[in-house]
Design a protein around this ligand. Structure first.
Ligand code: DQA
Length: 141
């Protein structure tokens, strides 16, 4: 089983950025833990601050992995192009958010990705990624 984790804008700053919301662990550190927990899964990881680059990663991943865990960050709330890309590919995409976007500003409550994603996991901190991978594995049992 191959899974791509794809992170959008500003998520390269995890651990430093607004730690009261996003925690103080870098994604690289968390990724090591995830890979240890899911030894049977080949977890690849990409991050970009650029919408078009994220779209290119989605197109590529469709040919290379079994499922995608996508935290499109602020593009979640703005990007029809990313939603079109998720819709265009065949592999399942799980939308994740570290914070509970429904408990924050009104503009974070709308997602262009959610209607075309397999499901949405939000508000569990970095464990949102763990839950997304677990759900993919449970689905493939
Ligand atoms: C986020 C929530 C978004 O609203 C925000 O723009 C982010 C991170 C999250 O993981 O909680 O950058 O996707």
């Amino acid at each position: 089983m191959k899974i791509l984790i794809l992170n959008g804008p500003n998520l390269n700053l995890l651990g430093e950025r607004e730690p009261s919301i996003y925690g103080s662990t870098s994604f690289e550190t968390y990724l090591e833990q995830l890979r240890k927990r899911f030894k049977e899964v080949e977890i690849s990881f990409q991050q970009s601050n650029h919408e078009g680059v994220l779209i290119d990663y989605l197109h590529k991943a469709d040919k290379e992995v079994d499922a995608i865990v996508l935290n499109a960050a602020a593009h979640t709330h703005t990007s029809i192009a990313l939603a079109d890309a998720v819709n265009a590919i065949k592999k399942p995409v799980i939308e994740v958010h570290i914070s509970n976007v429904y408990a924050r500003e009104a503009y974070r409550k709308h997602s262009y990705i959610a209607p075309v994603a397999k499901g949405v996991i939000a508000g569990f901190g970095l464990q949102s990624y763990f839950l997304a991978i677990q759900s993919i594995l449970d689905d493939n049992k």
